[in-house]
Design a protein around this ligand. Structure first.
Ligand code: SAH
Length: 476
């Protein structure tokens, strides 16, 4: 081992920082967070550093580096852009047996500042020994995504309850089991839901029993539209936590591939046979029975779970059966298709409101204002590919012009994405010609014409009669 890792307690200890630019300021920020007394020496200071001095958070000495300053310090950080000066500071520190970090110069440093993941009181520090700080930073990102932000609060709670835990579980083995339960169970879940009192109560209740029974729960998770990069970090952690995953047909295999290797994946897609209500009843039953067996069930849905996904009914069912749940939102198809087709869903000049509707039932969007398509609305229809004809007549009835620009986005955010630009009048024929299939989203409104210009992903197609975009471009 080239470097010896060490966590230092800098509270109320003096740290000398030489240099007062933006780089120095980032270090000053960290040092202050650790409770250090910070003295900054520099010939000139960045406004941010000056502001800290004015606020009394640091002591600023606007003077040339004076080795005598080192006498007060426990640690020195050289953050100037003058290599010669950095060397002088490092040498002066070494002469006094003080550790010195020279920012971005491993050779001159006797101490290095690691990349950190902060879940105070837990801190994870990563060092590449100065050989490749970029790799250390990338590792930090990965680790950052692995650990729940509520972990810090959990550690703090465990620290407060340490004695009671020791008394209630005197045996090491039982204590270990208890800590395992803490990391996976309802205590962390309550902290994540910003309910610290509930967390403390769950902990006390578990301690009062001889062993803690595993408590099952359901995480209702949005998998996003397909691109695995659009899964949230919380969604990723849920997939890593899952014992059982109940996955919809719309969930992309790339997202499922991110799940814990030994999680049991059950395909509950609605196409798999039987009427929808039977499938839905089966999903309800599976969620409850697996959770009752103490498992962590991830109910994984395409897009967002509470947008046209019957997620609300599933939550009501869980509530009725007393099963604990959490909801993790996902990027819904409308947002993803807008972004990946270059269609701004709102735009100062073209759309001031946005409606998400299902084409499955009669969608009551606000009627258009009258004479033209420019009613300042963007309408987005889910489940609409097979209902284009009905949709068209309804919208015409609502007062939209036949030449209102439209777009169909098929497989939004996936590698095979296709965007078809048309008008209300030409959309159905164009969709048939290009054999557009589900999943696809219908977008209606002026903003869709902007997509012909702004599209950046996948393939784009145009209906034979291309909408008149000249006027839009002139006003854009
Ligand atoms: N909960 C999902 C919607 C489920 S309804 C969400 O929030 O996105 C299913 C409909 O969503 C599909 O018929 C289609 O209209 C739309 N959809 C879902 N994923 C899509 C995608 N990747 N591209 C285009 N449309 C999509």
């Amino acid at each position: 081992m080239h470097l010896f890792p060490l966590f230092t307690d800098l509270k109320d200890r003096t740290v000398l920082v030489i240099g007062a630019g933006p780089v120095a300021d980032r270090k000053i920020h960290l040092l202050l967070a650790a409770g250090a007394r910070v003295i900054v020496g520099a010939h000139a200071a960045h406004p941010q550093v000056q502001a800290r001095a004015q606020a009394g958070d640091i002591e600023l000495r606007l003077a040339p580096f004076d080795p005598a300053w080192l006498d007060e310090a426990w640690l020195v950080i050289a953050a100037t852009n003058d290599t010669q000066l950095n060397r002088t500071i490092a040498d002066a520190a070494t002469a006094r047996r003080l550790f010195c970090n020279v920012v971005d110069d491993a050779a001159l440093s006797s101490a290095q500042v690691p990349a950190i993941v902060d879940r105070a009181p837990i801190t994870i520090a990563i060092s590449s020994g100065g050989s490749a700080p970029v790799i250390a930073r990338r590792l930090r990102e990965r680790i950052e995504s692995l650990f729940d932000p509520a972990l810090g609060a959990l550690a703090a709670l465990a620290q407060r309850k340490r004695l009671s835990i020791r008394q209630a579980r005197p045996e090491l083995r039982a204590r270990r089991d208890f800590y395992d339960w803490l990391l996976d169970g309802p205590v962390l879940s309550a902290l994540r839901r910003s309910r610290p009192d509930e967390a403390a109560a769950a902990l006390d209740q578990a301690l009062a029993q001889a062993t803690q029974a595993p408590v099952g729960k359901v995480l209702l998770v949005g998998a996003g539209p397909g691109d695995p990069g659009l899964l949230t970090l919380r969604g990723l952690r849920a997939l890593n936590e899952a014992d059982v995953i109940l996955a919809d047909r719309l969930v992309s295999p790339e997202v499922l591939a991110l799940a814990r290797r030994d999680a049991q994946v059950i395909d509950v897609g609605k196409t798999l046979g039987g009427p929808h209500e039977t499938t839905q009843a089966r999903i309800h039953a599976l969620m409850v029975s697996h959770a009752r067996q103490g498992r962590c069930v991830v109910r994984l849905k395409g897009g967002d779970p509470l947008v046209f996904g019957r997620g609300g009914e599933e939550l009501q069912h869980l509530k009725r059966h007393g099963i604990a749940y959490e909801v993790v939102p996902g990027i819904t198809a409308a947002l993803a298709c807008g972004a990946y087709a270059g269609i701004p869903l709102t735009h100062r000049d073209h759309a001031q409101s946005l409606t998400l509707a299902t084409a499955h039932r009669r969608a009551r969007t606000a009627p258009a204002s009258g004479d033209d398509a420019a009613d300042g609305q963007t309408r987005v229809y889910y489940m609409g590919v097979n209902r284009l004809s009905v949709l068209r007549s309804q919208l015409l009835e609502d007062g939209l012009a036949p030449d209102t620009p439209c777009a169909l986005v098929e497989n939004g955010s996936r590698p095979e994405q296709r965007t078809l630009f048309a008008t209300l009048d030409t959309l159905e024929a164009a969709a048939a010609e290009h054999r557009v299939q589900s999943p696809a989203l219908v977008l209606v409104g002026e903003v869709t014409a902007l997509g012909t210009e702004l599209a950046w992903f996948g393939q784009t197609k145009h209906a034979d009669a291309v909408p008149e975009t000249a006027a839009l471009q002139a006003s854009a």
